[in-house]
Design a protein around this ligand. Structure first.
Ligand code: ZN
Length: 501
């Protein structure tokens, strides 16, 4: 049995190498590559991905998994070997269900749709993008049919990003949260002037913003021996190995928040992958449990820590040393309130913690409506704008700031958006347990001790890699599946106090 397990691991290690090599190419494409390299880079990446896909869907892998299944059954569910076999089998079965020809068709269609979106967005021409979106949608419907579904066509698509989470579960959670945060948002809107963040919108020197962000991620425990930070238009984190996890950021010259909190956010993603146990290296168990669990880590560092009172009590003197003129007369309390200003806005990535999830709910509903033919692609802008009015009380003046704002649908990615909100919910649920385990967490943060939190995350979350689904992990750590009670309580508590509502 050991021999078969070794052979499986050897094959999986090669596949991991190929996908990490492809990640290097993609990182370079988004950071340093000159525009002239685009066409060749596309071919190189697609070749590497094709070889990795062929190797992974090879009959030999299926045979090994079959031969190892009784061995896996004889082990505890959470043991390394049983988990490796279980998770690989889950990935393998999904990969085998979608024919290579459909994968290739999707790659081509999404490349074309992305090009169209890149032009249609600034030009405010949804009609130009619509046929490509329709094509992406039709292809995803075929993928859903290949993967199989009974209840909702959205289920298999969501499952690709959040294994074993169902559309019905997400719908129920979203409905519960919406009932609470829409009135909270309205109450805050009536006291909009209670928080002043004007001083955050002025010139902050680029190099200094960069340096302050670097100082923050170092404080979080991010090591530049095992990573680096580069510039990218859309910040992301990428992993080449457990000792080489890189982050990117972008600096807006006239707004403090953008670079600082994006850096903490990506730092949170990076710490998760840096916390992968060494024995998972080059196996499918390396990395995070799911997109939602990953987002719970990035959002915890960005919002529950980075936008906390305790953090600014410690960090304000550092920020003032770097920006003495811009932050003159601004104390920790004023900073805390300013970075938490609530403002219903048109753009998801700029949204505050209260309104952010409403942006996600809107996209989730639109995706379901499109896939279930309840809304036609051509009617999407009107449907989008109506929902924006209903949930956020704002109407996009054009499609550039409305339905065309996100990149996801141009890639044909449906089922991804909910993971952002699920990550927010999980972060709050985990934080309740963290506070129970570390009662003096705030006092520690006020002293600049973020290490204790990182150690907790390593021991309870990072150590498991991809072994468990989001609900399994939530259950294991907090004694119950993912719930939204903690998140709603967190929002009401924090913003109720800031705005006096
Ligand atoms: Zn993220």
């Amino acid at each position: 049995m050991q021999e078969k397990l070794n052979e499986l691991k050897m094959r999986l290690a090669e596949i991991a190498d190929l996908s990490h090599a492809s990640a290097v190419l993609s990182w370079d494409q988004q950071t340093y590559m000159p525009p002239g390299g685009a066409a060749a880079r596309g071919q190189q990446m697609s070749t590497l991905r094709r070889i990795a896909h062929e190797k992974f869907t090879d009959d030999a892998i299926g045979k090994l998994l079959e031969d190892l299944s009784s061995y896996a059954d004889s082990l505890p569910y959470d043991s390394d070997d049983a988990s490796l076999i279980r998770v690989t089998k889950r990935d393998y079965e999904k990969s085998r269900k979608v024919p290579a020809s459909l994968v290739a068709e999707i790659a081509q269609a999404s490349a074309q749709a992305f090009q169209s979106w890149q032009k249609a967005k600034p030009a405010n021409q949804f009609a130009d993008f619509a046929p490509f979106l329709q094509k992406n949608l039709d292809l995803r419907k075929r993928v859903a049919d290949c993967l199989g579904w009974t209840d909702r066509i959205y289920d298999p698509l969501l499952d690709q990003f959040e294994p074993e989470m169902t559309t019905a579960q997400v719908e129920a959670m979203f409905a519960g949260v919406r009932k609470e945060i829409v009135p909270l948002g309205h109450a805050i809107a009536e006291k909009a002037n209670a928080v002043d963040d004007k001083f955050l919108h002025q010139k902050f020197e680029d190099a200094k913003q960069w340096a302050l962000g670097v100082e923050a991620v170092k404080l979080m425990g991010y090591s530049f021996e095992r990573g680096r930070q580069d510039r990218a238009p859309h910040p992301f984190t990428t992993t080449f190995a457990r000792d080489d996890v890189r982050i990117t950021t972008r600096v807006l010259p006239k707004f403090f928040n953008a670079a600082f909190f994006a850096t903490m956010h990506e730092g949170g993603h990076a710490l998760y992958n840096l916390g992968t146990p060494p024995e998972f290296e080059r196996t499918p168990l390396a990395g995070g449990a799911s997109l939602g669990v990953h987002e719970s880590q990035s959002r915890m560092w960005e919002n529950l820590i980075g936008r906390s009172r305790a953090f600014w009590k410690f960090y304000m003197p550092h920020a003032k040393k770097v920006f003495p003129r811009q932050l003159q007369g601004v104390g920790a309390e004023k900073m805390y309130r300013a970075v938490n200003r609530v403002q219903p806005s048109l753009i998801r990535v700029e949204a505050d913690e209260v309104t952010y999830n409403l942006h996600i709910m809107l996209r989730f509903e639109m995706e379901n409506a499109l896939l279930e033919d309840r809304v036609a692609v051509n009617d999407l802008p009107d449907a989008w704008n109506a929902k924006m009015r209903e949930y956020l009380g704002v109407t996009p003046p054009n499609d550039t700031q409305g339905v065309l704002q996100d990149i996801h649908w141009s890639y044909g990615t449906f089922g991804y958006f909910p993971t952002y909100a699920l990550g927010n919910f999980l972060a709050a649920q985990l934080m309740e347990k963290i506070r129970a385990d570390i009662p003096d967490l705030d006092a520690r943060i006020e002293r600049g001790d973020l290490k204790t939190l990182l150690e907790w995350l390593r021991a309870h979350i990072h150590v498991h890699g991809r072994k468990f689904t989001m609900n399994e992990l939530a259950h294991k750590i907090t004694g119950e599946s993912l719930q939204t009670r903690s998140f709603v309580a967190y929002l009401k508590n924090k913003f109720g106090e800031i705005y006096g509502v």
